[in-house]
Design a protein around this ligand. Structure first.
Ligand code: PLP
Length: 287
């Protein structure tokens, strides 16, 4: 983790950075967050993340804590102070600090803002992508508004722990219809037996991943047939390839689902190509 955090208008040493015990993020998970990948000290997919942040805040009726331009400056300054070039930037905006009461504070209080930066070892993550990762499936048990990127991540934390305990990297949620929704912290994709690139549509209860959106564009530009259409775990195992996307994982090949190999059990060419294309585009458009 970086040495410096931004907390409500101040930069503080990470080890000493604190939020109030009445922060509604802490009390009620009444907060949203965003995560940007950092390439050479610059924020990737800036537009997508800002648009989603503004939407998450608006759905919860939390005010944007400052203008986009000001927030960009603060994010970049936090990155600069941490002297991290390759990593992740975490932003959390809560409804603010108020005596504990489920209903919103009235009058409204200023939103509380926290930013941290962590380092990513790109060599290690590239090596992991070259090996591929395993996922396990788990029943969908989250609330009905997974399109809002809230810090209410207990089901995701439990699912991730299930994956970890099984030696897997990600857990894929499976809904009542037996269809994969998404991962605990990523979107799920396959290249099906017919060579069609498939990922769940956003009418489903999933997060509209920013990486997912960029990759849909890139894949279409690359001439792939793309469908926002659900798949089952069985279809994933029968698929040619599978992978996950997210600001942390970028494009990460999946080689096994519940211990069953996907395709020939090694990272596939489409996922590897899309990973390269995504990283190239992210680097070229980062700010
Ligand atoms: N789905 C969930 C549940 C997530 O938590 C995340 C990222 O944290 C994603 C998907 C991927 O989103 P993005 O590509 O915007 O990082």
């Amino acid at each position: 983790m970086g040495r410096i955090a931004y907390v409500n208008g101040r930069f503080a040493r990470h080890a000493e950075a604190v939020v109030h015990i009445e922060d509604r993020g802490y009390q009620f998970a009444d907060a949203v967050y965003e995560v940007w990948a950092l390439f050479d000290g610059r924020l990737s997919d800036p537009e997508g993340h800002f648009v989603r942040l503004e939407r998450s805040l608006s759905e919860l009726r939390i005010a944007m804590p400052m203008s986009r331009a000001a927030l960009t400056m603060v994010l970049r300054e936090t990155v600069r102070r941490n002297r991290i070039r390759e990593g992740l930037v975490y932003l959390q905006v809560s409804r603010g600090v108020a005596p504990r009461d489920h209903a919103f504070p009235n009058p409204a209080v200023p939103p509380a803002v926290v930013i941290t930066v962590s380092r990513v070892d790109r060599e290690a993550t590239e090596a992991r992508a070259a090996r591929g990762v395993s996922v396990v499936t788990t029943p969908e048990n989250r609330w009905g508004r997974c399109d809002i990127k809230t810090v209410g991540l207990l089901p995701n934390a439990l699912a991730k722990q299930t994956a970890r305990a099984a030696g897997a990297v990600e857990a894929w949620y499976v809904d009542d219809l037996g269809l994969v929704t998404e991962g605990a912290s990523s979107n799920a994709w396959i290249v099906d037996a017919d060579g069609v690139l498939r990922t769940r549509d956003t009418n489903a209860n999933i997060l509209r991943g920013v990486t997912r959106l960029s990759l849909l564009d890139l894949a279409r530009e690359a001439g792939l047939t793309v469908e926002e259409r659900p798949f089952t775990p069985d279809e994933a195992c029968a698929a040619k390839e599978a992978f996950i996307t997210g600001a942390g994982s970028l494009v990460l090949p999946v080689i096994a689902v519940d211990g069953r190999p996907v395709g020939d059990g090694s990272p596939g060419p489409v996922a590897q190509r899309l990973r390269r294309l995504y990283i190239e585009r992210a680097k070229a458009t980062a700010i």
